[in-house]
Each structure stands twice: as C-alpha cells, then as structure tokens.
Design a protein around this ligand. Structure first.
Ligand code: ADP
Ligand code: MG
Length: 276
C-alpha cells in the first residue's frame, strides 16, 4: 500500500503541530520518522491511522484520500502499534491477539479457520505461542508490547503504523521486532528514537523538528552530523559499518572547559575535547 502525505497541517490549541508535511512511502517500503520529543511524530502517525484529521492537506492510501475511504476498510488495511496503548489486562494473550481479526469480521461472525491461522501465525512470529493462555496483566512491559504487535500482525495489514515500537523491548527483541516487520514486505511508517535502528532497517528517514519536515531521504543522506546537531542539539560522529551509518552521540559541548561527564571521559582517554 502506498502512502502519500501532501502538505498535511495540524493545529491544536492554537499552535501549529504539523506544518505542511509532504512525504511518500512507496509500497513495501519502510519509512523511519525521527525527531525530538514534541516534534510531531505521534501526531503525524495519528493522521495516517485516521485518529486525527488534518486541518489542511491530504493523506492518501493507494492514491485515495484516507477520509473518503470507508472507515471499516481502512481498519482492515492499516495496522497500528501506538506509543501508549492500553489493553484489557484481564484478557489472555490469545484473546488480545484475536482482536486483530475484528475488522475482518461481520457483527455476528465467528472466527474461521483462516482467522485462527492468522492468530497462530502472529503468535508464532512474535515468539508468544507459549504465552497464549497467560493474562496480559501478568506480562512485562516488553512482552505486552509484543502482544500488541502480534495483534497488529493478526490483522494482516497492508500498512503498519508503529509509534516507537521498540519501547520497553530488550536489545534482542528490538532487533527481532524490526527484522520481523521488515520481513513482512508491507509498507511501514515507524517513529524510532534510535538512529542506528533507523539506518539499519529503514529505506528512508524523515526528520521532524517543531512540526516541520527538515529532511527526508535515504538514512545515509539524511542522518548527517549537521542535521543531527541542528535537530537534536547533540554532537554526532558518523561511522560506516558496511555502508550502514552508525552514530556516536555526545551532548553538545560549547564551553572551553570539560563541562560534561562525557568530555572528561574522552579527555582522560586521550581524545581532544573539541574533536569531532
Ligand atoms: P512526538 O510524538 O514527536 O513527541 P507529538 O506529536 O506527541 O510529538 O506532539 C507534538 C506537539 O503537539 C507537542 O508539543 C504536544 O504537546 C502537542 N500536542 C499533542 N497532542 C495535543 C493535543 N491534543 N492538544 C494540544 N497539543 C497537543
Ligand atoms: Mg510521540
């Protein structure tokens, strides 16, 4: 599914939250959304899963205005993992994941064999098969996050919208989640805080600052020390690991003294405090 945002603007409480953002995610591609806290990432994602209508501009899926497509249809095709998402803690993992099939069911339909297969497959892919009978309320934050991903996968969406999907996950599960999502072959738009993960898994990266798109393109072109410095206010050194950029980040130090713990550490390691 192709996604196009064309000059999308959102204002809330008299403030501009998204300022005419335009971007395209081609079918099967992965776009990572980067930007500081409050830059508008979640708001942009909400316009894509139809939770926030832009004040101007259009969001199109496969060329059709999202708001002209019946809501039941977008609910089938667009899977969402929100930043803070609360599930019924009393439900079991299997019951929660089964909710992913709801958009495919009629009011009184029962789950078919195909539905059960989709649920089983989602549990399997997220490593949750052995958790199927456990209550969501008993799980760790990271496990709960995987349940919500499994629910989105059970839906078999054509577009996945992920808001900081690696939150609460340990290192292995962060990588496994992104490997899994990448391997699905569906279109993905994901807010990610880790520039390393964005550079590894995304085809393109869009960088937001104060609701404006300041850069958009392949991660290696977009995630430069200049852009990272300007947007995040940190000093970055970029290394390349088989063509994939890797980032060493430090607090921006503008004073002549060793004001930061990391400057002092570098100095004692024999690295000039003003290097990089
Ligand atoms: P991010 O996900 O990049 O951290 P958000 O999209 O959540 O950013 O928020 C962008 C800005 O919009 C923030 O300054 C936030 O305070 C503001 N904002 C978000 N939702 C609302 C709302 N419902 N009313 C007013 N301001 C909001
Ligand atoms: Mg957010």
């Amino acid at each position: 599914m192709r996604l196009d945002l064309d000059s999308v603007a959102v204002a809330l409480g008299g403030r501009t939250i998204l300022d005419h953002v335009s971007l395209t995610v081609h079918t099967g591609q992965f776009l990572a959304l980067a930007g500081p806290n409050g830059s508008g990432k979640s708001t942009l994602l909400r316009t894509v899963y139809r939770a926030r209508r832009p004040h101007s501009g259009t969001v199109r899926v496969d060329g059709r205005d999202l708001w002209s497509v019946p809501a039941a249809e977008t609910a089938r095709h667009i899977g969402v993992l929100m930043q803070e998402q609360h599930t019924g803690f009393e439900f079991t993992v299997a019951e929660t994941v089964a909710l992913g099939r709801t958009p495919h069911l009629g009011l009184f339909d029962r789950l078919t064999r195909a539905d059960h297969e989709a649920i089983g497959d989602a549990l399997d892919r997220t490593g949750l098969t052995s958790f199927a009978g456990r209550r969501v309320g008993e799980l760790s934050g990271g496990e709960r996050r995987r349940v919500l991903l499994a629910r989105a996968l059970a839906q078999q969406p054509r577009l996945l919208v992920l808001d900081e999907p690696t939150n609460h996950l340990d290192l292995r599960h962060q990588l496994e989640l992104l490997e899994l999502v990448r391997g699905l072959g569906v279109t993905v738009i994901a807010a990610l805080h880790s520039l390393d993960l964005a550079a590894t898994y995304a085809d393109t990266t869009a960088v937001l600052r104060d609701g404006r798109l300041v850069a958009h393109g392949p991660p290696a072109e977009v995630l430069t020390p200049e852009t990272i410095g300007a947007v995040f206010g940190v000093d970055a050194t970029v290394h390349h690991d088989d063509g994939v950029p890797r980032f060493v980040l430090r607090p921006r130090c503008v004073c002549p003294d060793d004001c930061h713990w990391s400057c002092r550490t570098r100095r004692s390691a024999g690295v000039g405090a003003d290097a990089g």
